[in-house]
Design a protein around this ligand. Structure first.
Ligand code: G4P
Length: 537
């Protein structure tokens, strides 16, 4: 073995060891289930921040760091996807935040391309809600294993067995409880660890902003303290044992079963257990399928996937950050990588670690980590960066838009800024930009999954690009992919219009409603009209 071989061998071992202690995950939930609260509680337990709320609490708790976030505050919605990174029990956890509002589900979808596991957060009183189900479907399609956390157990809610039943019946996911609550929701007494029978009781920290104090009781102590509630919980557990709802790693990793934990993020009950579960159960980074159908190994040459591009995160710099998930190899700041889409070299001098709204220079990163590349103007979501042998991951599919509007610059002297802004918002994936010869370059059509995306575009055009604009909504609500033959044929029909998606040249046929679409499909069966990304309509 030569010295270079030995060095390679050590390098491979290091990458595998570091990847093995990475857990990269997202929390999926319906708005108000407690995602922000849980995120803060997790980071608090991992001792990553001093005080809950410092990371990304609701308006008032958060320091405004950009105009962009000012819009979020105004609306009380979460648009930005922060990445939180913290160490816990020798592991490195990367929590990728996803926007809660359904209008930004395309953004969420891209984030889910970059995780290895998801925590499905349920409100104990509400169970599965529409947005949770939609996001769960994305996880299922992508084979992302899901851990379930039933939140708000300190408040009146539903029966735990009923919640399990709902999960099993409605999304065909087999729930396998890891912990079990004693005391009904609203009268929470403690958690039984199913595998060991250990009983943990909690005392809330004053004000709820600290870690809850945990105490482990013997069965005799538990029976003496929580009598009926404890016995009822044991009976329910016996029932679960009978039906065999046991933790099963293989089916969990295959997306067929889900470990279930109970707790309450606000007073910090059961949150530490969730962190432990993430360390023990969530999978480390795995080889990733490339566009050519090969699996690129974790210890192969460096390869990273751009899953999000965002501007205006830092008011002082007005910069544009591309978030890259490291999929393989070791990243070192200063490396010159290749941008697979263009074959051009890409310098990484300005690599940063993102932490909520804060950031710091990042020198080294391993599979599972997220790098923020500052002023990476050439990068778009779905792009691959690699070192050495070329690697390209498949593009991230665009969602089917349902809202369409013409956008015009209000002030003719700002046309240049307007064009630049539209171009940038398009590459970032903030909105899809469509055009046609007929409509011309001055008035592109914006296509969005949800109308709030339009508000973001108008806000950013005005505040970031100094190009105030206005919208004229179009009466379309459906898009289908067509081809040049289809475009010619549809050009002769009413109630439809064909536009080109600027970013990838895909021809989109727009329709007012499904009736018009069906009528055209019935009368002209030869016209190509393919649905866009499945599961989003
Ligand atoms: P989201 O990010 O999923 O939208 O939810 P968020 O964390 O903002 O939580 C929504 C509401 O639920 C918040 O109350 C939050 O305090 C509350 N909450 C979250 N987890 C728990 C829990 O375990 N127990 C209880 N009792 N409440 C919980 P809010 O009044 O809407 O907002 P805030 O003024 O408290 O921030």
């Amino acid at each position: 073995m030569t010295a270079a071989d030995t060095e390679d061998h050590i390098g491979t071992r290091e990458v595998l060891a570091e990847a093995g202690r990475r857990r990269t995950f997202a929390v999926i939930s319906h708005p108000d289930a407690g995602k922000s609260t849980l995120t803060e509680a997790l980071a608090l337990h991992a001792a990553a921040i001093r005080e809950a709320g410092a990371v990304h609490g609701k308006a008032g708790r958060r320091g405004v760091t950009s105009d962009w976030m000012a819009l979020e505050q105004e609306r009380g919605i979460s648009i930005t996807s922060a990445v939180l990174r913290f160490s816990y029990r020798g592991m490195m956890l990367n929590l990728l935040d996803t926007p809660g509002h359904a209008d930004f589900s395309e953004d969420t979808y891209r984030v889910l391309e970059a995780v290895d596991c998801a925590v499905m957060l349920l409100d104990s009183a509400k169970g599965l809600e529409p947005q949770t189900r939609k996001l769960f479907d994305v996880c299922r399609n992508r084979n992302i294993p899901v851990i379930t956390f039933v939140n708000k157990w300190d408040r009146p809610g539903r029966e735990p067995l009923e919640l399990l039943d709902e999960i099993e019946q409605q999304i065909r996911l087999r729930p396998t409880p890891v912990t079990w609550p004693a005391g009904v929701a609203g009268d929470f007494r403690g958690l039984i660890e199913r595998a060991t029978g250990e009983y943990t009781v909690f005392t809330q920290a004053p004000g709820g902003a600290g870690r809850a104090d945990e105490q482990i009781l013997t069965p005799a102590q538990a029976a003496a303290r929580d009598g009926d509630a404890y016995r009822a919980a044991l009976e329910e557990l016996a029932l679960l044992d009978e039906i065999g709802a046991r933790l099963d790693t293989r089916s969990f990793l295959a997306g067929q079963s889900s470990p279930v934990l109970f707790g309450a993020a606000l007073p910090n009950f059961g949150v530490r257990r969730l962190l432990d579960a993430l360390c023990e159960l969530a999978p480390p980074p795995a080889p990733r399928r490339t566009a050519t159908g090969h699996d690129h190994p974790v210890d192969g040459g460096f390869a990273g996937l751009v899953f999000k591009v965002q501007s205006g995160m830092d008011r002082a710099h007005r910069d544009r950050v591309a978030f890259v998930r490291v999929c393989a190899g070791r990243f070192e700041r200063g490396m010159v990588l290749t941008h697979a889409a263009t074959g051009r070299p890409f310098a990484t001098k300005y690599a940063q670690a993102m932490f909520g709204a804060g950031r710091q220079t990042l020198d080294v990163a391993y599979p599972g980590d997220v790098i923020g590349l500052v002023n990476a103007t050439a990068l778009r979501p779905g792009d691959t960066l690699h070192d050495g042998t070329p690697v390209a991951f498949p593009p991230i599919p665009a969602f089917a838009p349902e809202h369409f509007a013409v956008v015009r610059c209000k002030d003719a002297s700002k046309t240049k800024q307007f064009r630049k802004g539209i171009g940038q918002l398009d590459t970032e994936g903030a909105v899809q930009v469509l055009s046609s010869d007929l409509r011309g370059d001055q008035a592109p059509v914006l296509a969005a999954v949800g109308p709030l995306q339009f508000d973001v575009v108008l806000h950013r055009l005005e505040h970031e690009f100094a190009a105030p604009a206005r919208l004229e909504h179009l009466g379309y609500s459906l898009a289908r992919r067509t081809d040049t033959g289809g475009a010619v044929a549809l050009g002769r029909l009413r109630g439809t219009e064909v536009l080109t998606r600027r970013l990838d040249g895909v021809l989109l046929a727009l329709f007012e409603d499904k009736w018009r679409l069906r009528a055209i499909q019935r009368d002209y069966p030869d016209i190509t009209l393919e649905p866009l990304l499945a599961g989003t309509e």
